[in-house]
Design a protein around this ligand. Structure first.
Ligand SMILES: [Zn+2]
Length: 218
């Protein structure tokens, strides 16, 4: 099964990607992992990507696409894969179609969209508190330390990262919605989209995802 997973920040996408890929016995292919691997191995594409990142620029679609192409052509992806973090927009989705055609693969079977209410994401992320000493992440509601704002592990002071402030989170959610709505529409028109309620405990979400994929299979 060729799967794409999309979801807003704070939806637990990385965790779900891991579980679903394990359960379906397909490789999880994330752009983050591919970037790191290419940079570490010093491939031509990795060096190109690093040059953009070091300059504080976005890595151009073409560089990302070539990395994805090389990864999808590897033998372990022949029977299926789960893509996490790609495609991010419609032009990338069109390029993904071309890659799959070029390497003789069938098209994407399913796009699984993790759907979480914006307010729920804000609750999850804005409650996070990070230890200045060990960087452990606590949560004021879900995983509070014994003493407020003090790390249980080492007594370090806890603080709220800029990324976890409500205004920052809302902005990221807006950017996500703007980018993703057309992408989701693109796959919905093909009948390849499953929208999945991603609220509640992680295990429940995984179970719902696996059920939905099972039902989807014809
Ligand atoms: Zn600590």
């Amino acid at each position: 099964m060729r799967l794409v997973l999309v979801g807003p920040p704070g939806a637990g996408k990385g965790t779900q990607a891991q579980f679903i890929a394990e359960q379906r016995a397909i490789p999880k292919i994330s752009t983050g992992d591919i970037f790191r691997a290419n940079v570490t191995q010093g491939t031509e594409l990795g060096l190109a990507a690093k040059a953009y990142m070091d300059a504080g620029d976005l890595v151009p679609d073409q560089v990302t696409v070539e990395m994805v192409r090389a990864r999808l052509a590897e033998p372990d992806a022949a029977k299926g894969f789960l893509l996490d973090g790609f495609p991010r927009n419609v032009p990338q989705a069109v390029m993904l179609d071309e890659i799959l055609r070029d390497i003789g693969s069938d098209p994407i079977d399913v796009v699984l969209e993790l759907v979480v209410d914006d307010d729920e994401v804000v609750l999850r992320l804005s409650g996070r508190r990070t230890c200045r000493t060990c960087n452990h992440v606590w949560h004021v509601d879900y995983d509070p330390p014994t003493i407020e704002d003090i790390c249980d592990r080492d007594g370090g002071a806890l603080y709220q990262r800029d990324d976890d402030r409500e205004a920052t989170i809302r902005h990221r959610l807006d950017v996500y919605a703007e980018q993703t709505a057309p992408l989701v529409g693109f796959y919905a028109r093909r009948g390849a989209l499953i929208g999945l309620d991603a609220t509640g405990p992680v295990d429940d979400v995984t179970e719902r995802a696996l059920e939905a994929l099972h039902r989807f299979r014809t």
